[in-house]
Design a protein around this ligand. Structure first.
Ligand code: PLP
Length: 826
């Protein structure tokens, strides 16, 4: 790891892997040469980590997730290996700039938003805490679409992230497994006379694993992220009969259809689409992952009876919940285990994380579709359900209504498999992702299960990794922190409290402000480059970045902008705190209302940004293609963090944590983890407004009437009327009518009920920002008090309370050819 060696490796890789001299090399060639240099340094840690897990026969955490939103790898790997500064020098000595090379990496978007990013933060913490762990998922050929803004509207561009190669993955064809689909089942008697079932599938798909090494921070542990790619099964690879008959398309038709399984990520966030391909994706990666675990287990154990002692499998939402039926099938049908023993092992193996309170987001599969794709799994689910409901009848003979509430099978509106019910019944632990969320699961969404098994329910408030979300994205701040309190905070974020000793140190406060200002200048330069809008780093950066969704209420933010604009139009000399409103976020391509809100933001921006009356006091910016790497530029530059979801709708949020760690102050509702952020930061350092979850539910119960607010609040009326008038849409009064109508006649998410409280609270925010000393204190305290929201804390809780796994130290010897088993000719 000496600089000399790194430098030589960098030059060698440019020549031998990219096939270039310096004179011909593009920035991408340099990036690839550097990436391979870093990957080589990960590999012997990676191999040592895997062999240690084998030799020491440890318990391994398997994190099953349909999404891993990892973000770029290079900078993170430099940070975690502790060679960032050295590489910066090496690159500089070649006359290059490290930041430019880092920008060459295509951000791998194998997730939609918070759920996928959580999985990525968890992998970082697992490796950092030296916990044996594997992330299992799908290697989508196309990740989340690239978003462009055209004429104010979202346009979706396919994400061809693999086009120029991916230096971080290593395929293992030798470790491929077969995954079956369709067909029917047959019963037979085995040699002991037991009735057994076999599944005669209609087709087989090959699952090929691609491993990406995930290093911990300042440890030798490098855990695998194992993503599966679908390839046509051998017999369908190529239809020679069709080929010989001149049918060239037909010769590869079945190959094509098998390989679509890992083709593309579904771009929906918090709204499942009941499509067959999606169920195929889920079963595909779950079956491959469980077969992989079983194969590894049987290499060192004679049987599967202790499987649950060696694997803890976490289900990240219900996307992988079909695992429960698949493990039962593998144990009972393929390995001849008795049902009861298999069921015991299955329940001990799995734990389930719920991610949503939105009823429409709970996954259901029509029984017909499920049975045609997975006939044996449907039988197994019926058997699980039958046995479970028999127990319920015995335990609660006087409550027959419980059977319908708890059954895995829903009868209305169509007969379907409720995946959350399967997950609850097949798991030993069920967790929500913030205190309020877990409480609402128990009192509402999953209340019948909570009454049945209170001991299974447990809260695990989310967290984010301080390595990526402070050290990597805000080096200025990280350097200041380390200068004052040393570097231990990176592994124990609660140490940040030590910085409070400097709260009244004028020099420290000045530097704190300078860092925020510098981050804002950087973002202003990005905005100028990408949006052609000039923004003032002295104005308050008021930011809402997250997936576009009605429950997140980006529209409420826009109503506030228009309210401020109206005040200026009424009195151009009114005193207001200058603000730059920054938005970012993708809308699901089929989500009409969310896409219309993007258009509205851009339409308001067009008018407000150029209105001479405004005199630059309000600027509105929509940054296209919000993703992890854009987040890394935005979170550190924010003054105000908008966390304004309808109370009771956001499970946790993690963006809220990233903002606060980087010194932004939150304006938010009592929803998700906002509640706990406010508790930690102190209520005087948080701008709270709006209805509580209880008040929302109570108002809905006695028929909520949004029109009342429109008719009685003149400011609100003026805001909606200005939008309706076509003022922002070149006179077109139809364009935003669907948004206005949904507010006036439905307002499912209670924007109008919260409007005035939000505007009033924003007024307080404006006053606080104008008092820079007060703001600085609030900013420092938000950042120093976020220790709880390190994903290290979250993972420690999962490890001790759910997974019962133990950290394992990886002892590292220097790499040598002898140790790698290679003979060196003398
Ligand atoms: C953190 C993050 C999210 C989640 O943001 P919320 O505000 O919690 O919804 C979504 N997308 C990306 C790219 C993120 O980094």
């Amino acid at each position: 790891m000496s600089k000399e060696t790194l430098k030589r490796a960098f030059a060698d890789n440019l020549f031998y892997l990219q096939g270039k001299y310096q004179a011909w090399a593009t920035p991408y060639d340099y990036y690839m040469a550097l990436a391979y240099t870093v990957r080589d340094r990960l590999l012997h840690r990676f191999i040592k980590t895997m062999s240690t897990y084998f030799e020491q026969n440890v318990k391994v955490v398997c994190y099953l997730s349909a999404e891993f939103l990892m973000g770029r790898h290079l900078a993170n790997n430099l940070v975690n290996l502790g060679i960032y500064e050295d590489i910066q020098e090496v690159v500089a000595s070649a006359g290059l700039n490290l930041d430019d090379l880092l920008e060459q990496e295509h951000d791998p978007g194998l997730g939609n938003g918070g759920l996928g990013r959580l999985a990525a933060c968890f992998l970082d913490s697992l490796a950092t805490l030296e916990v044996p762990a594997i992330g299992y998922g799908i290697r989508y050929e196309f990740g989340i679409f690239h978003q462009e803004i055209r004429d104010g509207w979202q346009a979706e561009i396919p994400d061809k992230w693999l086009r120029f190669g991916n230096p971080w993955e290593i395929p293992h064809l030798e470790a491929s497994v077969q995954v079956k689909f369709g067909g029917h089942t047959e019963t037979y008697r085995d040699d002991k006379g037991r009735k057994r079932v076999t599944w005669v599938a209609e087709r087989t798909v090959t699952a090929i694993p691609y491993d990406t090494p995930v290093p911990g921070y300042n440890t030798n542990t490098v855990n695998p992220l194992r993503l599966w790619r679908a390839e046509a099964g051998e017999e369908q690879d190529f239809n020679f009969d069709a080929f010989n008959a001149g049918d060239y398309d037909g010769a590869v038709a079945s190959k094509m259809s098998s390989e679509t399984i890992s083709k593309v990520l579904y771009p929906n966030d918090n709204t499942p689409q009941g499509r067959q391909l999606r169920l195929e994706q889920q079963y595909f990666f779950v079956s491959a992952s469980l077969q992989d675990m079983i194969r590894n287990h049987l290499r060192i154990h004679p049987s599967l009876e202790n499987f649950h002692e060696h694997f803890a499998v976490q289900l990240n939402d219900t996307h992988p919940a079909v695992s429960i039926a698949e493990l039962m099938r593998l144990l009972v049908d393929e390995h001849g285990m008795d049902w009861d023993k298999a069921w015991y092992i299955t329940q001990k193996t799995f734990a389930y994380t719920n991610h949503t309170l939105l009823p429409e987001a709970l996954e259901k599969w029509a029984v017909d579709l499920f049975g045609s794709l997975l006939p044996r799994h449907l039988e197994i689910i019926y058997e699980i359900n039958f046995r479970f409901l028999e127990d319920i009848k015995t335990w609660f003979p006087k409550q027959p209504e419980l059977l319908g509430h708890l059954s895995i099978i829903a009868e209305y509106p169509e007969k379907s498999v409720r995946m959350a019910h399967l997950a609850c019944i097949g798991s030993h632990a069920i967790n929500g992702v913030a205190a309020l969320h877990t409480q609402l699961l128990q009192s509402d969404t999953l209340k019948d299960f909570a009454a049945l098994w209170p001991e299974k329910f447990i809260n695990k408030t989310n967290g984010v990794t301080p390595r990526r979300w402070i050290l990597l994205c805000n080096r200025r701040l990280a350097n200041l922190i380390t200068e004052k309190i040393g570097g231990d905070w990176l592994k124990d974020l609660s140490q940040m409290r030590k910085l409070e000793a400097y709260l009244n140190d004028q020099e420290f406060r000045r530097r704190w402000r300078e860092i925020k200002y510098a981050n804002k200048q950087d973002l202003a330069a990005y905005i100028w480059k990408h949006n052609d809008i000039e923004v003032d780093p002295n104005s308050m950066f008021d930011v809402q970045v997250k997936r576009m969704h009605e429950y997140k209420r980006q529209l409420l933010d826009v109503l506030h902008i228009v309210a401020l604009y109206n005040r200026i139009k009424k009195n151009p000399n009114v005193s207001i705190t200058p603000r730059t409103f920054i938005f970012g976020g993708k809308a699901a391509p089929g989500y009409f209302m969310a896409k219309l809100v993007i258009k509205l933001i851009n339409s308001v921006a067009e008018i407000v940004n150029k209105d001479p009356d405004v005199r630059g006091r309000l600027k509105v910016v929509f940054l296209a293609n919000f993703n992890v790497s854009l987040g890394e530029k935005i979170y550190p530059a924010a003054d105000l963090s908008e966390q304004i979801s309808t109370a009771g709708k956001e499970a946790s949020g993690t963006g809220n944590m990233k903002f606060a760690m980087n010194g932004a102050i939150t304006i938010g509702t009592l929803d998700g983890a906002n509640i706990e952020i406010r508790e930690e930061a102190g209520e005087e350092n948080f701008f709270l407004f709006g209805l509580t979850a209880e008040e929302v539910a109570a108002m809905k119960a006695k028929s909520y009437n949004p029109m009342y607010y429109y008719l009685t609040n003149p400011d609100l009326k003026a805001v909606l009327d200005r939008i309706s008038s076509g003022y922002f849409s070149h006179g077109n009064q139809e364009m935003f009518k669907p948004l206005i109508d949904s507010l006036l006649y439905d307002d499912q998410y209670m924007l109008l009920a919260d409007f005035q409280a939000y505007v009033d609270c924003q007024h307080e925010v404006g006053k606080a920002y104008a008092d820079q000393e007060r703001w600085t204190t609030m900013s420092i305290l938000n950042s120093t008090r976020m220790g709880k929201f390190s994903s290290d804390r979250t993972i420690r809780e999962y490890v001790t309370e759910i997974w019962k796994a133990k950290p394992v130290k990886i002892e590292l010897e220097e790499y040598s050819q002898e140790k790698a088993g290679l003979r060196v000719p003398s």
